[in-house]
Design a protein around this ligand. Structure first.
Ligand code: ATP
Length: 218
């Protein structure tokens, strides 16, 4: 089992405090949910864990060892950002090879993508582009994946199937899952953190009840 911890995270933008007193832990074999209202700093936190955003302070550790730039470590972690990231002029087949993902595995979960093997990414529908990008990250041969809003743009049936893939993939990796479809996050997650105003992280003991008391849901 591998453990990823994000600790002592402190982030200010132009002197405005966004994150402070954050602790988050994810272990291989589990899904860790990350919730918070708009603008509480979830994306910033994921980017700091990945290592592409530096705050005033941060400690990201793997099995207790500090890692300064996690994204540079081979086979350690990958990050699904909110915005499109894959070169759209490449075919789905080529992208799979670039990310060391098996196209056959991809279509075993989503058979309708079979016809898109030789298609350039920009020829797919917006939802299917998002799905392929999500699968490139989720099926990657790494220990941890960070998913920022994987359910946005996807129709309900695809989301249901994606939840199955997330469940299957957690046997091989640790997954941080952040999305505003909070019910799906609760369903998929073994534990859930909420970022509350003031930039603190709270590990939820009774998610439904805690989400209400912190004003995340009414
Ligand atoms: N580069 C930046 N410069 C200044 N402020 C920023 C920058 N990036 C983000 N922010 C601000 O930091 C806060 C946290 O943003 P972030 O995108 O991390 O939140 P979030 O929880 O992911 O939001 P959402 O749920 O709306 O996607 C917001 O108030 C945002 O406006």
């Amino acid at each position: 089992m591998d453990i990823l911890e994000a600790d002592s995270i402190w982030l200010e933008y132009n002197g405005r405090k966004v994150l402070q007193s954050i602790y988050l832990k994810v272990v291989t074999g589990k899904v860790t949910g990350l919730l918070g209202r708009n603008g509480t700093g979830k994306t910033s936190l994921l980017r700091m864990i990945f290592g592409i955003l530096r705050g005033q302070n941060q400690s990201v550790r793997i099995n207790g060892n500090y890692i300064s730039h996690p994204y540079l470590e081979k086979n350690l972690l990958r990050y699904l950002p909110q915005a499109p990231f894959a070169p759209p002029g490449l075919t789905v087949e080529k992208l799979c090879s670039l990310y060391s993902v098996s196209f056959l595995e991809m279509i075993s979960h989503f058979p309708f993508l079979k016809n898109n093997k030789k298609e350039k990414l920009w020829n797919l529908s917006g939802g299917n582009i998002r799905l392929v990008e999500t699968l490139l990250i989720l099926l990657s041969p790494v220990s941890f994946v960070l998913l920022d809003e994987p359910f946005t743009h996807l129709d309900p049936v695809i989301i249901e199937q994606l939840l199955v893939v997330i469940h299957e993939q957690k046997s091989k990796k640790g997954i941080i899952l952040s999305d505003h479809f909070y019910r799906h996050v609760l369903t998929a997650s073994d534990n859930v953190y909420l970022i509350v105003p003031g930039g603190r992280s709270v590990l939820l003991k009774d998610p439904q009840e805690n989400l209400k008391s912190f004003g995340y849901i009414s």
